[in-house]
Ligand binder design. Structure first.
Ligand code: SR1
Ligand code: MG
Length: 412
């Protein structure tokens, strides 16, 4: 029987589990246990003892940020665990290692990342992280490629899509909160009051709604690869030199471009919110660094994807035998696919930029700006750039054009 953990019950519940006790060490009754969950859904504990620390994550039967009025099945933790295991194989060294999984209790115990902190906070604080764009671009390429039928066998891929299709509650959240709610007056929406004229104008566009719904159609129907599903800057932890990706609780099979687009959107939101967080003398250089991160993210995605295309194409898609028999090259096919991914990533990016200021779940980059007039001014730049990316992604596939666009909106 499922029971939610508490700081007072955790040592008694997990003290007898060898995989946990041996890593924490000492008497379970003397473990230091802190609940640190600041996400929207789950309980998260850091448990420390004589030997070390672990993180314990448990799903609650409802959406934490809203309360028991919004029930959410705890089976979502199973899929998060399945996703972590797959990410460890497909992009080694990036996701936290899982030590223990308890299916009925919807909990797992994993590596404590230390001294890593949440990337969103680092970006708000104006900190730089070496190889950030490179690592995230490579992570997206490796998981996209190795989770698809470019790499997996057809039966393995179909079985995995079948397994993940049991996770119906979580995709439903993304389908409404990300793709639909921002574009009409949905009940849980909220936005900065001074942003209303921009929001009203945005919601008047039937062409925009139609474009976004087409992207939703792709998101729900296209099971190209296993996604992280929620790759925002709160799902990335980093030191100055190391980058890790956590929290794949929104994992599902979907289009290859989705994670890349989400990540870039969060870098752009960090970019647009900077004038509220930085002094003038640091602002320009720090914003320029964020644009470099975005460029690196895209270029390393492409480079890694091309490399895997050439070295690991073992699935049913674009088989080498099909091309090589007549001495054909499959390189052009790879370039065409990458162009399609870039286009869709830019459009998904625009949608994520919208939902974080218009729908239910906002982000601290903007939310912590107390001066609402300033917040609305910066959010407006973000909303308008998002709209441009959704409506005409072809114009910004060129990364210089993309950076110029961000700089232009930043001056508005
Ligand atoms: C009700 S869940 C709201 C948001 O939190 C998660 O991190 C996802 O981004 C989701 O859309
Ligand atoms: Mg999360």
């Amino acid at each position: 029987h499922y029971r939610a953990l508490g700081v007072d019950t955790l040592s008694q519940r997990l003290g007898g589990v060898e995989a946990v006790a041996s890593r924490v060490g000492g008497e379970p009754t003397s473990w230091d246990i802190r609940e640190v969950g600041d996400g929207n859904l789950n309980l998260v504990f850091i448990v420390s003892g004589d030997v070390g620390s672990v993180v314990v994550k448990q799903a609650l039967p409802y959406v934490r940020m809203v309360g028991e009025s919004w029930p959410l099945p705890i089976y979502r933790a199973h899929f998060e665990y399945y996703a972590l295991v797959r990410q460890a194989k497909r992009a080694p060294g990036i996701a936290p290692e899982v030590y223990y999984f308890d299916k009925p209790q919807a909990l797992f115990v994993m590596e404590y990342l230390h001294p890593h902190t949440i990337l969103r906070r680092k970006l708000i604080n104006g900190e730089r992280v070496a190889q950030l764009g490179e690592t995230i671009g490579q992570f997206c390429a490796r998981t996209a490629f190795r989770g698809s039928e470019l790499s997996l066998s057809s039966p393995e891929k179909k079985a995995d899509v079948g397994l993940f299709s049991g996770n119906v509650a979580i995709p439903a959240i993304t389908e409404s909160l990300v793709f639909t709610d921002p574009y009409y007056g949905a009940e849980m929406n909220h936005h900065t009051p001074e942003l209303s004229p921009v929001v009203d104008e945005l919601r008047r566009s039937a062409r925009l709604k139609a474009k976004v719904q087409r992207l939703l159609m792709k998101f729900t129907s296209n099971t190209e690869t296993m996604l992280h599903g929620d790759l925002h800057s709160g799902s990335i932890m980093a030191t100055d030199t190391d980058v890790r990706v956590i929290d794949p609780e929104f994992s599902q099979y979907g289009p290859m471009a989705f994670d890349l687009g989400m990540a870039v959107a969060n870098f752009l939101m960090a970019y647009f919110s900077q004038p509220a967080h930085r002094l003038e003398d640091e602002l320009e250089a720090y914003q320029a660094w964020i644009l470099e991160v975005i460029e690196a993210c895209f270029t390393h995605f492409d480079a890694e994807f091309r490399h895997l295309w050439q070295t690991e194409r073992t699935g049913i898609l674009f088989p080498k035998s099909l091309f090589e028999e007549q001495g054909n090259s499959a390189d052009d096919a790879c370039d065409a696919l990458l162009e399609e991914i870039r286009l869709d990533a830019l459009a998904y990016c625009g949608i994520e930029m919208h939902r974080r200021v218009l729908s239910l779940a906002h982000n601290a980059d903007f939310e912590e700006i107390k001066d609402t007039a300033l917040r609305a001014k910066l959010e407006a730049r973000n909303v308008l750039m998002g709209q441009t990316l959704i409506m005409e992604p072809e114009a910004y596939c060129d990364l210089n054009a993309l950076a110029d666009l961000a700089r232009a909106y930043n001056q508005q």
